[in-house]
Design a protein around this ligand. Structure first.
Ligand SMILES: NC(=O)c1ccc[n+]([C@@H]2O[C@H](COP(=O)([O-])OP(=O)(O)OC[C@H]3O[C@@H](n4cnc5c(N)ncnc54)[C@H](O)[C@@H]3O)[C@@H](O)[C@H]2O)c1
Length: 384
């Protein structure tokens, strides 16, 4: 069987993970990469033995060999590049958040309606951890009873100091929101996935803890530490932190906070669903384990074991129990789900997808905007 040929645009922090992850999907391969920084892309392409490297993204998009394109550029380029890909008739796998605002994401969703054969996915990868898929199925089959509460957080520390700077800080690149759009969006996707229910109302408080930052006058790669660079002072308008109350369509209530300024927290995601019979709790940094809280019996620590997962979750777990599966594996599951959907000729709108679609990404953009609006107007916002 011929492998599905893929092109990846954007060779920064996450672009390389896309190459690595695709290597693990046996029936797909990275055929070409592109970046405005051609030198960077060429170095990475050569390192992985990738056949083609383009300086111009249109050349990659128009390459007739390529069937699927991944968009790993900063958020301000998502709409333009995703729409070029959709119009080219190729399948698109976009990084999150889908866009800078819901106007941009709505436009993509509308465009997709004219391309019903296009498969469009988005990289909300945490939902594809096997234990999250397992918990989703167990919650759906009433194992923890009626879900009452969902609570947790997503905390990082990489923007703690005033000298920490990245394109994400600038609203022109990041859009309406920084912390919620960048990391809170993952938590929102997890909560909605586990509950199988959408968040319909939010009430939020967002905080800019560092109202001024020192922006390096030269470009600094994501998650790298700056040394010996010159700075210019910038006034900050995007949030460092958000605290959000939530109401779900199924009647559950929730609360979460997200921060990019919590010292010591690297990629701390915590989520707990409390039902009328039991609770499930999961932490990303110990992602091979799930805690089950019981009222009338001992609590349980579930260590992922492929043989004991619900049947639908088993296809997302590969290693024997005790051999931890983590972030890379959840990402691989996301791409496996996306590429299997394409290979099997399935269609969005007709067939159910486990990966997040552009519709899901658009809804999270609406949630993100509602959170920012709620904090500004100091009131609950209902998502239309
Ligand atoms: N799913 C996840 O867990 C996850 C993790 C990290 C980042 N992301 C997302 O991935 C995207 C990229 O983030 P990053 O951290 O890799 O950023 P980055 O700054 O490290 O890399 C972005 C790359 O895109 C290139 N680029 C910029 N404009 C371009 C253009 N017009 N054409 C071609 N290339 C262009 C840059 O030169 C750079 O190499 C963001 O949307 C981010 O939210 C997702």
């Amino acid at each position: 069987m011929e492998k599905i040929k893929t092109g990846i645009i954007g060779m920064g922090f996450i672009g390389v993970s896309h190459i690595e992850t695709l290597c693990r999907i046996g029936f797909a391969e990275t055929y070409a990469v592109a970046d405005i920084n051609y030198e960077l892309a060429k170095k990475k392409a050569d390192g992985y033995g990738i056949e083609k490297c383009y300086a111009n993204i249109d050349d990659l998009i128009n390459d007739p060999e390529i069937k699927v394109i991944h968009n790993c550029t900063p958020t301000h380029m998502h709409k333009e590049i995703n729409e070029k890909i959709i119009n080219s008739g190729k399948h698109v796998f976009s990084e999150k958040p889908l866009a800078r605002n819901s106007e941009e994401s709505a436009h993509m969703v509308e465009l997709l309606k004219q391309h019903p054969d296009t498969v469009a996915g988005i990289n909300f990868c945490y939902r594809m951890n096997p234990l999250i898929q397992d918990a989703k199925n167990r919650i759906a089959s009433d194992e923890i009873g009626k879900p009452y509460l969902v609570h947790g957080n997503y905390l990082q520390d990489w923007l703690l100091f005033e000298t920490d700077y990245n394109w994400r800080i600038d609203p022109e690149y990041t859009g309406t929101s920084r912390c919620v759009g960048d990391i809170g969006s993952h938590w929102l996707d997890l909560a909605q996935t586990m509950l199988g229910s959408r968040i319909t109302q939010v009430c939020a408080d967002t905080v800019i803890a560092l109202p001024k930052r020192k922006k390096p006058t030269t470009q600094v790669e994501t998650f790298t530490v700056n040394t010996n660079v010159e700075y210019e002072e910038k006034v900050i308008t995007t949030e460092d932190y958000a605290a959000v109350l939530l109401k779900f369509a199924n009647g559950a209530s929730g609360v979460f906070n997200c921060s990019e300024i919590s010292a010591g927290r690297k990629n701390f995601i915590n989520i707990e669903v409390d039902g009328s019979l039991a609770s499930f709790q999961w932490q990303q940094e110990q992602s091979d384990r799930m805690w089950k809280g019981n009222r009338n019996s001992n609590n349980e620590e579930i260590i992922r074991n492929s043989n004991l997962l619900t049947p639908e979750a088993r296809k997302y777990s590969f290693l024997a129990a005790g051999h931890p599966e983590g972030w890379n594996d959840a990402f691989k599951n996301n791409l496996t789900a996306f590429y299997t959907f394409i290979r099997d000729g399935r269609k969005l709108g007709r067939d159910k997808a486990d990966f997040a679609t552009f519709e899901d990404g658009h809804y999270i953009m609406k949630l993100t905007e509602a959170i920012i609006q709620s904090s500004r107007e100091k009131r609950w916002i209902t998502i239309e």
